[in-house]
Ligand binder design. Sequence first.
Ligand SMILES: Cc1ncc(COP(=O)(O)O)c(C=O)c1O
Length: 351
Amino acid sequence: MSPTSNLENTNSGSESAAEVNWDELGFSVVTTDYMYVMKCAKGDKFSQGSLLPYGNIEISPSAGILNYGQGIFEGLKAQRTEDGRILLFRPDENGLRMKSGADRMCMPSPSVEQFVNAVKQTVLANKRWVPPPGKGSLYIRPLLIGTGPLLGLAPAPEYTFLIYCSPVGSYHKGPLNLKVEDKLYRAISGNGGTGGIKSITNYAPVYTATTDAKANGFSDVLFLDSATGKYIEEASSSNLFVVKDNTISTPAIDGTILPGITRKSIIEYAIDLGYQVMERSISVEEMLAADEMFCTGTAVVLSSVASVTYKETRTNYKTGPETLSAKLRQTLVGVQTGCLEDKKSWTVIVS
Ligand SMILES: Cc1ncc(COP(=O)(O)O)c(C=O)c1O
């Protein structure tokens, strides 16, 4: 099926003109029509951005992002509803998280209002790429990077806020089989590191562990705390929850794990459904004794964990339609896609 729109496709790449089979969307780049770009000098405030045809960007070889990794990113989705609206889910939270990441990385940041406005403009300009209801979503990727040139180790003289997007389907197919990584760590334990922000520099270091795990048939890696190696933290790009009887537990936000927006939303939905939710330290032993386990994140949505393998021993968890994970997923997806009433006013209509 080819997406239809009254927007002219000014992209020179051939991919964007390709036929999109909405039934076969995976989680990879599909080139869309427009990207949003806004620049700002060090010490200034972001003021005016614009939509440009999607395409390569020119960057100095001595740009701060290329040499010293001064950059952060965000991820959120737009969904098309049955009645033709396009919804974002809590985009202000992404804007706030970008601001706190920018502070930690010594960068200026767009205001939350500028952020949400830019996301809306990007989605509207690429409206034809929002998949039909039930077929997927438009993944939106805001970047904030130091693009000004420098040689000495210091904050870049210029910054670029850029948003691009791509239609996506499921990140994982079916329940997850996780492998506990007990030698490499994702982040330094405690408040002094950068685990709690979406710094670009937090992501490539997980590849050694994830590549090895995937080669051995696992879906993803589960990281432990770097101080003791006894407590679970998060997966490579999602937060973790364990369920025992009627209690749901998730690692506390302590500067090490990313404060996921899906995590935060699921905690509220679970409390509303009458469950007790605890944010605290969870040992590996405790996780292995749980009844159910799941991961949350914009990309993974809410995915049940079928098994966790720790030092060659595999532990299985309950999955399927009767689980609490299934119930919570239904609530979350229902609201995000406009099928369930949004009692908390978390969805934002793009128009
Ligand atoms: C390391 C990490 N943990 C957790 C999450 C989940 O966060 P969110 O629910 O805001 O997408 C992400 C994804 O952004 C992530 O990269």
